[in-house]
Design a protein. Structure first.
Length: 150
């Protein structure tokens, strides 16, 4: 199992809105970049809007960022799109055999490890902004364009 793709799509949406800030970022336009259905984009855009990360107005095509790029962290996106509930990134199997020494103790042994790992991930995501992602995307595109022209 992996983290919901809503997280990656949410980052994609925010980066695209910024890079296309002089254009109109409709759900159809964004869906074309993500290569998915516009309904999926609208659902995730609703989550981003509820989190205060984008502005979307009914009847008016396009979306805008609601905050500066440097003020939106990946942790904000992660939380906005409901990737996981608090302390539930890792699932544990239920009902291990209580008559087995491993089965009887495995949950108590691994739950704190999983909680520490989730906390570390969330802390790392809190230090990366959408501005960092956009800067990296622009650098990659400039590098590719330079390679093509040589």
């Amino acid at each position: 199992m992996s983290i919901s793709s809503r997280f990656a799509v949410g980052i994609h949406i925010l980066a695209l809105i910024e890079i296309n800030k002089d254009g109109v970022s409709t759900s159809d336009f964004i869906a074309g970049s993500v290569n998915t259905n516009p309904a999926v984009i609208r659902k995730i855009m609703g989550m981003l809007k509820n989190a205060g990360l984008v502005k979307v107005r009914p009847g008016i095509a396009g979306a805008q960022l609601a905050k500066n790029l440097s003020d939106i962290t990946l942790l904000d996106v992660y939380k906005a799109v409901n990737v996981v509930q608090e302390k539930e990134l890792f699932s544990i199997h239920e009902n291990p055999n209580p008559d087995c020494p491993v089965g009887n103790n495995i949950q108590d042994a691994i739950i704190p490890l999983f909680e520490n790992a989730q906390t570390a991930l969330e802390k790392a995501l809190g230090h990366i902004t959408i501005e960092d992602v956009v800067r990296d995307l622009i650098d990659k595109e400039n590098f590719e364009n330079k390679k093509r022209s040589n």
